[in-house]
Ligand binder design. Structure first.
Ligand SMILES: Cc1cc2nc3c(=O)[nH]c(=O)nc-3n(C[C@H](O)[C@H](O)[C@H](O)COP(=O)(O)O)c2cc1C
Length: 217
């Protein structure tokens, strides 16, 4: 486990306040494009943190499927562990780790289910077998074996053979409306650059403009 004793130098390239756009969502879009160009594997993957009914945090990776001025869109099963957590507490965090670029973006905000028509649209854009998979998996529920899981999937494939697959009402999109977005850039000697944008956000939406500040590393 050599990696445990390695001391990487994250380099001299700085992140200055003036290099970032005033709108952190537009800035995020630019960094996502940079990550795509750098051919990072699954550049849109991020670690989503939720808090469950026992105040127990839980994190897992999901894929970002849209990002615009309204927020960060991802899709999942509404009855999964994350779905249950979000039902009770919609405060979330997200981590985009583009480590080979010495970059990280942290987000915090409130997750909301998107309009059903938006979930329908996203569902319709997915490959047939992914649509079927959304029906066949009771995400986060235990199952006795891989065989049983495959049988469940085969059954769903048969059910929808040659047919259009409607969106299950227990599956769809969430949007994270951000209140904080932090851009992190690794630097030498652990003197990293951190620029955080924040704004006031309540359950009825964002208020006011984005303010930025530099944080100590
Ligand atoms: C690269 C990657 C992408 C993933 N994308 C999604 C996704 O977009 N939606 C989703 O529900 N799960 C996705 N998963 C699976 C989740 O990490 C997780 O196992 C699943 O959503 C169940 O989480 P939960 O039990 O906390 O609800 C992905 C996993 C990986 C490793």
């Amino acid at each position: 486990m050599d990696s445990l004793n390695r001391h990487e130098d994250y380099g001299q390239v700085s992140l200055e306040e003036g290099q970032l756009l005033d709108d952190p969502i537009k800035q995020f879009q630019n960094w996502l494009v940079d990550a795509e160009k750098a051919e990072i594997y699954e550049p849109n993957a991020f670690v989503l943190g939720t808090v469950d009914s026992d105040n127990q945090p839980r994190s897992r990776t999901v894929l970002l499927k849209g990002v615009d001025e309204k927020g960060f869109f991802f899709a999942s099963n509404f009855l999964s562990r994350k779905g249950e957590a979000l039902e009770l507490n919609n405060k979330v965090s997200g981590v985009f780790g583009w480590y080979s670029m010495y970059r990280q973006v942290l987000i915090q905000g409130l997750a909301e289910k998107v309009d059903p028509s938006e979930s329908d649209e996203y569902h319709a854009s997915r490959p047939h077998d992914s649509q079927v998979a959304a029906w066949s998996s009771k995400q986060s529920s235990p199952i006795e074996s891989r065989q049983a899981l495959d049988a469940q999937f085969d059954e769903a494939l048969k059910r929808f053979e040659g047919a259009e697959v409607p969106r299950p009402d227990f599956w769809g999109g969430y949007r994270i409306v951000p209140s904080r977005i932090e851009f992190w850039k690794g630097r030498s000697n652990r003197m990293h650059d951190r620029i955080e944008f924040y704004r006031t956000l309540s359950q009825d939406g964002p208020h006011g403009v984005w303010i930025s500040q530099r944080l100590q590393p």
